[in-house]
Design a protein around this ligand. Structure first.
Ligand code: KG4
Ligand code: ZN
Length: 338
């Protein structure tokens, strides 16, 4: 069975074709970073318009790569939320109309479920049950994953998501958009410890996170005096240490509490090198292991959506065919999947 995946929830257009027997046959992503850069962040209306322009060429590229035609598609999975309403509507209406034209089912998929299952696309995939740490631009959540479709929220950020904290702090340090990867690169050249930043909620005794105070602490440090290039690198390094220390400690705590040794780290911040290093070390200490998606599948992509739709179909619990009537859900908690 071949499932086409369509992702358009934010500033990446992703299309992929996943075959339940042969794996990923093709996948292509167009990132809008260059377009939004001038504005210092994602402009929703521009994002929607760009998704419209990209979807058909990306579909053609993926079908070529997969050596398939539209007629080979058995089902179409698309991101129905959470995300930007207009951007979601572009992907949803594209997927629904193509599905109607081809006479195949269309499956609305939860974006975070896609991220969460993305490590299962790798050759060396974890077995259920496992703990998942979702760290993206919009979410920081710890979940217990019992099987495809069964997700229990254990804790989440009370304010900024980890990626959001990276992005906002990067902006404060003059690194522009998108800040996460730029801040991480700067951090790698700095020395942590010269500045002292808090480790928010490290000892709170629960699995909640809070990252907005870190950004404020960086702002305060930057107001004391004009920051030199070295100061900025050292602040970035300390910021990265603070975020990754808290993320690693809480993820390990979740694994211990649930007596699970497999941890999945997914979402854009999962691409962070220091985070991976810390997670690997912390999990090794308790005899556990961390599973990551392939690096190019950490950030938004269509492959995770196609894979998620395929798993739902295989399990027989795919949502009933929408028959062209669809809704998108810009806000959609993962533990409220129906
Ligand atoms: O999962 P994703 O592509 O989109 C959302 O669903 O949000 O995640 C994007 C987030 C952004 O906040 C970006 O700055 C962050 O992931 N990010 C990183 C790195 N690469 C991407 N943050 C820290 N270090 C990185 N290497
Ligand atoms: Zn995402």
């Amino acid at each position: 069975m071949k499932v086409l995946g369509i992702e358009s929830s934010c500033d990446e257009t992703g299309v992929a074709l996943y075959d339940t027997e042969r794996g990923l046959l093709g996948h292509a992503v167009h990132t809008q970073v260059a377009m939004h850069e001038a504005y210092g962040g994602v402009v929703p209306e521009l994002a929607s318009r760009d998704h419209i322009r990209r979807l058909i060429p990306l579909l053609e590229r993926v079908l070529d790569e997969a050596r398939c035609t539209r007629r080979d598609i058995d089902a179409i999975a698309y991101t129905a939320g959470p995300g930007l309403a207009g951007a979601l509507l572009v992907g949803a209406s594209f997927a629904e109309s193509l599905a109607m034209a081809l006479g195949v089912p269309a499956l609305p998929v939860h974006h975070l479920e896609g991220h969460l299952l993305s490590p299962l696309l790798a050759d060396d995939a974890p077995a259920f049950p496992f703990i998942a740490l979702l760290v993206s631009g919009g979410h920081t959540q710890l979940m217990r994953v019992t099987r495809v479709g069964a997700y229990q929220l254990l804790g989440e950020s009370l304010d900024d998501a980890a990626g959001e904290a990276f992005d906002k702090t990067a902006k404060l340090l003059g690194l522009g958009y998108p800040g996460g990867p730029a801040l991480a690169a700067l951090a790698d050249s700095g020395t942590p410890g010269r500045y002292k930043l808090p480790r928010p909620m490290l000892n709170s005794g629960d699995l909640s996170f809070s990252f907005s105070g870190l950004k404020t602490a960086v702002l305060t440090a930057s107001r004391v005096r004009e920051l030199s290039a070295t100061d900025k690198a050292d602040l970035a390094a300390e910021f990265q240490e603070a975020v990754t220390e808290v993320l690693a400690a809480k993820a390990v705590a979740a694994c211990r509490q649930h007596r699970l040794s497999a941890l999945v780290v997914a979402g854009g911040v999962g691409a962070n090198r220091r985070l991976r290093q810390r997670m690997d070390e912390a999990m090794a200490k308790i005899g556990g292991r961390v599973f990551y998606p392939e690096l190019d599948l950490c950030t938004d992509n269509g492959a995770m959506i196609a894979f998620c739709g395929a798993q739902r179909l295989l399990q027989g619990d795919a949502p009933a065919s929408t028959q062209g009537a669809f809704v998108v859900r810009p806000r959609w908690p993962l533990d409220q999947l129906s």
